[in-house]
Write a new protein. Structure first.
Lengths: 253, 271
């Protein structure tokens, strides 16, 4: 049946993309919280923050984009959870299709939906004065990092999506992830933080990813930090993928 | 579909066992279902009916025993089994956000059939859903949902169909509509395995009835054979009072059912 993998995945991705486009509120909700943070930090706290860039919104945007993705993957888990509950997952699995395409369709939909949200947030940032002189290649690198980050978080989201007993349970995992950017270099430089907090902030994935994106957009050298950021993404991706597959095979026998 | 037609029973189940941790749900289930028959698996809640259906539709693995569907072993040839069957689960597994027509097209495309749109239109017509075709399924009534669910299961003409409690939660009218759809299925030669907790449903529809109790089939036969298990009938004269169901159907049957646009009423409800 694997000969149908790509065709089946395309059909099923088309289906769940309709779920996204027909409930545009999910994209708006995904984008609205990061936009609210951006407004709050730029127009309320921003004046008092000395981040070392001429425009604070330039400093802030990379972290805001990670928050956008972290809130977006809650919907990935939600869509998967709904399919599990409604029995349509079982219907698909009892049909002569490539079974793994059911899960991959959700993963691809997650990438696409988060991509749309990220674009919306970037457009709002442009309205707020965000400017970058980065070239096409740098933007592609940023897109690649964000894509990898989305993929890593998506495979984490698959686990509660498959196992949760309630809607709240399906999306609760995203709260700690949403909180990580606050204890990182996303909003303020880590230099002013007290010792242990600073140690945590400088050694958690968000800081290295945010610094890499910030450097790319500001046309500054990315240094070795980008490799640490990418290593985090790939590491989380591999571990989450393995656990998600174990969960999946336990669930579908 | 390229499923080869196989001689012998459409479904053969032998010594099926399944436990969830300490709970022995199936303790050795055996039954055969002849091709083209409607076979009812009767049992109370938790008797293991859904477990049997899930094993036969390759969603669950057995602990012991064997099951063959359309000549294919469920453990060894699951892909061939999936080509041969359709599952209509306990809760109408339809996509609420898509329209009725989109649901049918989706299944037709996943079954890799030509002309998914034509197949969808044919089924919408057959199940009196044409007028509701472009509406989101979330606006459908329970009966319409179930009809769509069954229509989705017919796509690709699988020789064997599993219906897990197809009328649970439906109102009496919707129930009659579903019964009619099942009868038409069997007339067209499809083998139907039906689970139900309603005795009258089995009585109305099934060629053979098996009672699943405490993980075993305790009785298996035609309705006539099952009736012989009881003492012979006595002749008594009693005044036939209408049942509440008769009353309900007579009163509600207002000739319109405007609530469900395009619904064709199935006759025979008010004799």
């Amino acid at each position: 049946m694997t000969k149908h993998f790509f065709g089946d995945t395309a059909v099923l991705t088309g289906r769940s993309m309709r779920h996204v486009t027909r409930s545009l509120d999910t994209i708006i909700t995904t984008a609205i919280m990061p936009i609210a943070f951006m407004l709050l930090f730029v127009y309320v706290f921003g004046g008092a923050i000395h981040a070392g860039t001429d425009r604070y919104v330039n400093y802030l945007l990379p972290g805001i984009l990670l928050i956008t993705i972290a809130s977006g993957i809650a919907y990935t888990a939600f869509r998967l959870f709904t399919d599990m509950q409604s029995g349509i997952f079982e219907r698909f699995h009892s049909m002569p299709i490539a079974r793994s395409s059911v899960l991959w369709a959700h993963v691809l939909t997650s990438l696409a939906a988060n991509g749309i949200s990220v674009v919306v947030v970037v457009l709002v940032a442009l309205l707020m004065g965000f400017r970058s002189s980065a070239g096409v290649l740098a933007w592609l690198e940023v897109a690649g990092i964000l894509g990898l980050f989305t993929l890593a978080l998506t495979w984490i989201a698959v686990i509660p999506g498959l196992t949760a007993k309630s809607v709240d349970g399906a999306s609760a995992f995203s709260y700690p992830i949403l909180f990580l950017p606050f204890i990182s270099s996303a909003f303020v430089p880590t230099a002013t933080m007290p010792g242990p907090v600073r140690a945590f902030a400088e050694n958690q994935p968000v800081t290295s990813i945010v610094n890499a994106i910030r450097a790319l957009l500001a046309r500054q050298p990315v240094g070795t930090g980008i490799w640490i950021g990418l290593a985090w993404c790939v590491g989380v991706l591999v571990v989450a993928y393995v656990f998600a597959m174990v969960t999946y095979h336990r669930k579908i026998a | 579909m390229t499923t080869t037609q196989v001689r012998g029973p459409a479904i053969r189940v032998q010594g099926l066992q399944k436990s969830y941790k300490q709970l022995h749900v199936l303790r050795g289930v055996d039954f055969d279902v002849a091709q083209g028959a409607i076979f009812a698996l009767l049992g109370s809640n938790g008797a293991g009916k859904t477990t049997v259906v899930n094993i036969l539709s390759t969603l669950l693995k057995t602990d012991a025993g064997a099951a063959v569907v359309n000549g294919f072993d469920v453990a060894a040839q699951p892909a061939d089994v999936r080509e041969s069957i359709s599952l209509t689960g306990q809760f109408a597994a339809v996509d609420e956000i898509l329209t009725g027509r989109e649901n049918l097209v989706l299944v037709a495309r996943l079954r890799h059939l030509k002309d998914p749109g034509g197949i969808a239109d044919g089924l919408l017509d057959r199940f009196s859903l044409t007028d509701a075709a472009a509406r989101k399924v979330s606006t459908y009534s329970g009966g319409m949902r179930r009809r769509l669910d069954i229509a989705m299961s017919l796509i690709g003409d699988p020789p064997v169909i599993f219906l897990d409690e197809p009328t649970t939660g439906l109102d009496p009218q919707a129930r009659l509509e579903v019964w009619q759809a099942i009868r038409e299925l069997a007339e067209s030669g499809t083998t139907v395995l039906l689970t139900t907790q309603y005795l009258d449903e089995a009585e109305q529809l099934a060629d053979r009835i098996a009672i699943l109790h405490e993980g075993r089939i305790i009785v298996n036969g035609t309705l006539a054979e099952l009736k012989q298990l009881l003492p012979p009938a006595k002749v008594e004269y009693v005044e036939k009072q209408p049942t509440l169901e008769d009353v309900f159907l007579a009163v509600v049957d207002d000739g319109g059912r405007e609530g469900e646009a395009g619904d064709v009423r199935k006759s025979g409800t008010d004799e």
